[in-house]
Design a protein around this ligand. Structure first.
Ligand code: UTP
Length: 302
């Protein structure tokens, strides 16, 4: 079996759910505490044994490449001022990964974005990470999935159990649970309004064979006028075994405002240097609110 070493990060969407913040700033560059959202995805891929990283960009998203590039002037200035801690942090990021970028010239959907990476991927299996699905886990989610891929040699998607009333917001798989967190996928339905085939939703992590590309090329525009990855995945399911893996960890949709806030709080509480003080602040805030009720919710202007 060919080794899995490539990971594709589609970053060419408009990020409308986060307007106006993401009108100019790519949502992948919004900070989650002290790192941009995309950096968590990149670290997950590196921690899962991938070393060929491909980002799919659109116009106005070049800050993403700059973030992982060398910044010689800044590094020189930090060196001269003997700010070694900061220098280490800056160098760690710029040495973290060599990134290949490809362009999606028109936002025609996730499936179309993945297709733009075809030549860069080549004839190998590859992973796809949607950066705004941020996953907090002891073992990186992609690494958990990689074990299944290496056992079976077949495509794997990340699954999360959702409440029955939430199924209409996700792509839902049909099939049967095999045990050991593995699900044999025989069908998938995008945002089912009624009769969801299961309570397992597909989350933004995929391990796919290169055979997905000809399927994407044939995929017509579907829901929302976009070329949907799910439509091509449904075709792939028909060609052989296809697995879901109910990952261990907590997923946040950091591409929308409330999910981003929740992720920020959770990551801040776990931050090695900020966590303790931040927890004390939240406790004081909540305790204070209980005591003072209206006062804190509607603070008087100074
Ligand atoms: P989303 O729907 O979450 O992202 O797509 P979006 O389109 O940027 O956001 P909203 O819905 O307008 O707020 C999932 C992933 O697919 C990428 C996005 O960048 C995101 O990482 N994507 C989506 C593309 O790269 N190209 C597209 O044409 C559409």
């Amino acid at each position: 079996m060919t080794t899995l070493r490539t990971c594709v990060f589609p970053c060419a969407g408009f990020g409308t759910r986060f307007f106006p913040a993401t009108k100019v700033i790519p949502k992948e560059m919004l900070p989650l505490v002290d790192k941009p959202i995309l950096q968590y995805g990149i670290e997950e891929a590196l921690g899962s044994g991938m070393d060929k990283l491909i980002v799919v960009l659109s116009k106005g998203k070049d800050a993403i490449l700059d973030h992982f590039d060398r910044t010689s002037e800044l590094e020189r200035s930090l060196q001269e001022r003997k700010k070694n801690d900061l220098l280490d942090e800056v160098e760690t990021v710029s040495r973290m990964a060599d990134i290949i970028s490809v362009r999606q010239k028109e936002a025609l959907g996730l499936g179309h974005a993945v297709l733009q990476a075809k030549d860069a991927v080549g004839c190998e299996p590859f992973a796809v990470v949607l950066p705004d699905d941020v996953i907090l886990a002891d073992e990186p989610c992609l690494l958990q999935m990689r074990h299944v891929f290496e056992e079976t040699g077949r495509p794997v998607v990340a699954l999360m159990e959702v409440l029955p009333e939430e199924t209409s917001r996700y792509g839902i798989v049909g099939g049967n649970m095999l045990g050991n967190r593995r699900f044999h996928v025989t069908d998938m339905v995008e945002k089912p309004k009624v009769n969801p085939p299961s309570c397992y939703a597909i989350i933004g992590r995929y391990i796919l064979p290169p055979e997905i590309f000809p399927l994407l090329e044939k995929t017509e525009r579907g829901a929302g006028g976009e070329i949907q990855l799910t439509d091509a995945l449904r075709e792939l399911v028909r060609t052989g075994d296809f697995y879901g893996y109910v990952f261990e960890g907590k997923r946040y949709d950091a591409g929308e405002k409330l999910g981003y806030l929740k992720a920020t709080v959770d990551y801040a509480l776990r931050h090695p240097t900020l966590g303790e003080e931040f927890r004390a602040h939240l406790e004081a805030l909540i305790g204070g609110e209980e005591q003072h009720g209206q006062t804190l919710r509607h603070p008087r202007r100074a």
